[in-house]
Design a protein around this ligand. Structure first.
Ligand code: G3H
Ligand code: 13P
Ligand code: ZN
Length: 318
């Protein structure tokens, strides 16, 4: 069953966070649904602009609609990840997405608000909810001063004004993470102080954490041992997710870690089976490993075991 992220956030706020997983293909879709059902978790499927154009936007839509039939017990939202304004309208018009992200975080404060407001008005008129972003995600280089680094983070006071003026339903905050496999050059640290301050300014309002992959060192080592070259890859400590959830984070975005699982499985498989030229055997291993990976993440997020509670809450709200 496809629901809005708003409904999932209502059930989760202050208790746990929902995993928002990016997918691009059939094998990821199968592993994703299996993993979430194995761990009895509600979840969010994220589709990026790149994922929409990898094959054809209708292909992913068709895959997910089929998965909904194959796994009728699943409860999930379908979300456009990092949309620009045009892509948001296209996703909303498709009638498939229950939630879109307008990412105008590169624009100045007032323009970010104006762009977000336009998307919010368009989306809300069609029953769709909107995530926006304030602050700059991105790795902080060693030479950058503390004040320069802080300037990129979300300003809690501005966050309150942003939400009031833009009308967005959830807000992605910059608290020290970045996208990809190379997040921290020094110690791994989330700015939970900035998060706590933001929650004070926006009590009860759902916050979103991008760039949340953990880049497990064991995974990186296995990839490198099987021919990869990922030096110095580092991610977010997954034990921080529950702390972040208590501070208002209801959605945690994870993509890179799933790509690592894919890379490890395929590198190891072909190294161990140099004679093989069939895509299905590694594909089968991947689907199982991806499902296991999703279930483990949901344990860290606290969403594991929440499926029936959410189903009941949704039924009562109807
Ligand atoms: O935040 C970006 C996501 O990891 C999606 O990546 O644009 O390469 O699909 P992508
Ligand atoms: P990671 O690169 O840390 O997986 O972040 C994904 C993300 O934020 C998608 O929007
Ligand atoms: Zn992101």
């Amino acid at each position: 069953m496809i629901v809005t992220t708003k409904k999932l956030f209502k059930a989760a706020y202050g208790k746990y966070a929902i995993g928002a997983y990016n997918i691009n293909n059939l094998e990821q879709a199968m592993g994703l649904f299996r993993g979430n059902l194995d761990s009895q978790a509600p979840f969010i499927i994220q589709i990026s602009k790149g994922a929409r154009s990898y094959t054809h936007k209708k292909m992913l839509e068709g895959l997910i609609r089929s998965a909904e039939e194959v796994f009728p017990e699943a409860i999930f939202a379908v979300h456009l990840d990092h949309g620009d304004e045009k892509t948001c309208y296209d996703a909303i018009d498709s009638g498939f997405y229950s939630s879109v992200m307008i990412d105008a975080s590169h624009e100045d404060f007032d323009h970010n608000i104006a762009t977000t407001r336009r998307v919010v008005d368009y989306a809300h008129a069609r029953g769709i909810v909107v995530e926006a972003e304030l602050g700059q995600l991105g790795g902080v280089e060693e030479h950058v001063s503390v004040s320069e680094a802080d300037a990129k983070l979300t300003n809690p006071e501005q966050a309150r004004e942003f939400v009031q003026r833009s009308g967005c339903d959830s807000l992605a905050v910059a608290i020290g993470t970045s996208h990809g496999a190379y997040k921290f050059s020094g110690t791994q640290a989330l700015r939970l102080d900035v998060l706590a301050e933001t929650q004070k300014k926006l009590p009860g309002f759902p916050l979103v954490m991008h760039g949340s992959s953990s880049v497990p060192q064991e995974e990186v080592e296995r990839i490198n041992k099987a021919g990869g070259a990922m030096k110095g890859a580092k991610g977010v400590d997954a034990t921080q997710f529950k702390k972040a959830a208590l501070l208002g984070v209801t959605k945690v975005n994870i993509d890179t870690d799933g790509r690592l699982v894919w890379t490890r499985v395929h590198r190891e498989y072909f190294l161990e089976h140099p004679e093989n030229f069939d895509l299905r055997p590694p594909g089968l291993v991947f689907m199982g490993e991806y499902a296991k990976f999703i279930a483990e993440k949901n344990d860290f997020l606290g969403s594991a075991g929440q499926l029936e509670v959410v189903r009941k809450a949704l039924a009562e709200a109807d």
